[in-house]
Write a protein that binds this ligand. Structure first.
Ligand code: GLP
Length: 254
């Protein structure tokens, strides 16, 4: 496990974008696992810049997104499909056929979960999985529960997640209560995992993920077993680790 501490969001995004770039250079036809939420927005912005200015080539890259709300179609602005198109896909040369996001309006959600896992497997698994973390320690939309999830699954969002994501929905609009998410097993099986965490509202989740027991009550704690896990975080997100002996690599911006 590697922990990198940065002093600002730009520095954090630059490191994450550089790692993703290195993955694409290493394996131009790599499979990226992508995340949504506010944390990766700046990372995508830097990847778009690298595509424009440094010709970073996504033409052979495949991608799978972590999750999608059930009930939202890709042309609804709050859907994660819309988010990915706006923040990344429409600005780079990735082939639309090479991007996959769970279909939140599939007629049969279980079939959609099965299709998603089969597709990930047929592409050889995820080479690099980008992650954020929820305030309750969720990854993707794997919420605290009594057992770790396996593959892609249909999940009920916890009240705290619904509350945290409320900001993205207009007042009065119905907020989704369910989602399709890659499972903890899918995430754990990725060859590399890269998490970005910022803000003091993530500090307890980060502490429990890294120093607490490995328990499905903190889904991100399963990453303690990941073969190649890098956390890039700001000081606020790492603030509850002060009494724990973890090697933190501090990078300051020039
Ligand atoms: C949602 C997503 C997660 C993400 C989390 C944190 O719940 N499903 O994948 O990690 O939000 O989002 P943010 O980066 O906005 O704090």
């Amino acid at each position: 496990m590697r922990i990198i501490r940065t002093d600002n969001y730009d520095a954090l995004c630059k490191i994450a974008a550089d790692i993703i770039t290195a993955q694409i250079l290493l394996k131009p036809n790599c499979v990226l696992g992508l995340a949504t939420g506010s944390s990766p927005v700046g990372v995508y912005k830097m990847l778009v810049q690298k595509h424009r200015d440094e010709h970073l080539d996504f033409s052979r890259v495949r991608s799978f997104n972590l999750d999608e709300y059930v009930g939202l179609s890709p042309n609804q602005e709050q859907s994660y499909a819309w988010f990915m198109s706006e923040h990344l896909f429409k600005h780079i040369n990735i082939l639309p056929a090479n991007t996959d996001i769970p279909n939140g309006i599939a007629e049969n959600i279980q079939n959609e979960c099965d299709r998603y896992d089969a597709k990930i497997t047929s592409c050889g698994g995820i080479d690099l999985q980008l992650l954020g973390i929820g305030q309750n320690g969720h990854i993707g939309f794997n919420e605290p529960s009594s057992s770790f999830t396996c593959g892609t699954n249909h999940t009920r969002l916890s009240d705290s997640t619904i509350k945290a994501n409320k900001q993205y929905f207009e007042t009065g609009k119905r907020i989704p209560t369910h989602a399709i998410t890659m499972g903890c097993r899918d995430i754990l099986q990725s060859k590399r995992a890269l998490m970005i965490a910022l803000g003091d509202n993530k500090a307890l989740a980060v502490r429990d993920m890294l120093t607490g027991p490995i328990t499905p009550m903190v889904p991100a704690s399963i990453l303690q077993l990941h073969r190649d896990f890098t956390l890039i975080a700001d000081g606020a997100a790492l603030s509850k680790l002060e009494n724990h002996k973890l090697a933190v690599n501090t990078l300051t911006s020039p």
